[in-house]
Design a protein around this ligand. Structure first.
Ligand SMILES: NC(=O)c1ccc[n+]([C@@H]2O[C@H](COP(=O)([O-])OP(=O)(O)OC[C@H]3O[C@@H](n4cnc5c(N)ncnc54)[C@H](OP(=O)(O)O)[C@@H]3O)[C@@H](O)[C@H]2O)c1
Length: 242
């Protein structure tokens, strides 16, 4: 039997732009009650207006994943409605213009790892008690195709994306008997704001072949629709022509 999605709660972290925003839209249209989190309040409010206008259930919660209090407040807010959180999507991520080893500072390494990896751990730790109590939960982490294909996205970025693999698999193995599943998703190039951080702009003809955020959202929807007895530990989603 498929998971009945209606009235399930999904927390999407990194929902103010790009893939996270598209995922929040897709989940809300599917019938999830979405709790959308990120730092930029005006972006979240715009998303809330759009989805309320379409008759979808969404609330927003300004959250900086590097702040433990923010993450705990987010999870408590999401928990309050039904006592359950069926889905957590960690779509938060950042990169640095000064990413090459010759220019990467210690401070920037720490900042990037805090956002891309430690934030995912913090969200996981916060949501696990809620999922354990319900005996059910799915966590989807957005890693990157650079795990399978090392590139020039920088060692801090790549280390953070490899770290998510360990977090996802370790959580799945430790928590499977509590009904908790994890998927680590590896998207290839996708035309989003994170590319503005690249030291050299990506040519338009390459961007034209990239994934759209909605493609990643469709993959997350596929995962969310799976019955609780099934798990996809890893999923690669690549632009077909690049
Ligand atoms: N685009 C690609 O080609 C590509 C490929 C592979 C993997 N990815 C990964 O996909 C994920 C989504 O990125 P995207 O491409 O959609 O880029 P994006 O549009 O820049 O989205 C990044 C999201 O992360 C949020 N974020 C950043 N720092 C945060 C913090 N401290 N606390 C809370 N939220 C924070 C941003 O919101 P605020 O700034 O409002 O906080 C934004 O919503 C990232 O993990 C990225 O590494 C991207």
């Amino acid at each position: 039997m498929a998971n009945p999605i209606c009235d399930q709660t999904a927390v999407v972290v990194g929902a103010s732009s790009g893939m996270g925003r598209a995922i929040a839209v897709a989940l809300a249209r599917e019938g999830f009650h979405v709790v959308a989190a990120a730092r930029r309040e005006e972006r979240l409010e715009e998303l809330e207006r759009q989805l309320h206008g379409a008759g979808c259930a969404i609330e927003v919660c300004v959250t900086d994943v590097t702040q433990l209090d923010d993450v705990e407040r987010l999870v408590e807010r999401a928990r309050q409605r039904t006592g359950r959180i069926e889905l957590l999507v960690y779509a938060t991520g950042t990169n640095l213009p000064a990413r090459g080893l010759s220019v990467l500072s210690h401070e920037n390494w720490l900042r990037l790892i805090a956002t891309n990896l430690t934030g995912a751990f913090t969200c996981t730790q916060a949501v696990l008690p809620v999922m354990r109590a319900a005996g059910n939960g799915l966590i989807v982490y957005l890693s990157s195709g650079c795990v399978q294909m090392p590139d020039v996205s920088g060692v801090a970025y790549q280390a953070s994306k490899h770290g998510l693999v360990g977090l996802a698999h370790g959580t799945r193995v430790e928590e499977k008997l509590n009904g908790i599943r994890t998927t680590v998703l590896f998207p290839g190039l996708c035309d989003t704001e994170i590319l503005d951080q690249r030291p050299v702009p990506t040519p338009r003809e390459v961007l034209d072949q990239a994934l759209a955020p909605e493609d990643v959202a469709a993959a997350v929807l596929f995962l969310a629709r799976l019955p609780a007895r099934a798990v996809v530990p890893e999923m690669q989603l690549l632009p077909a022509r690049l």
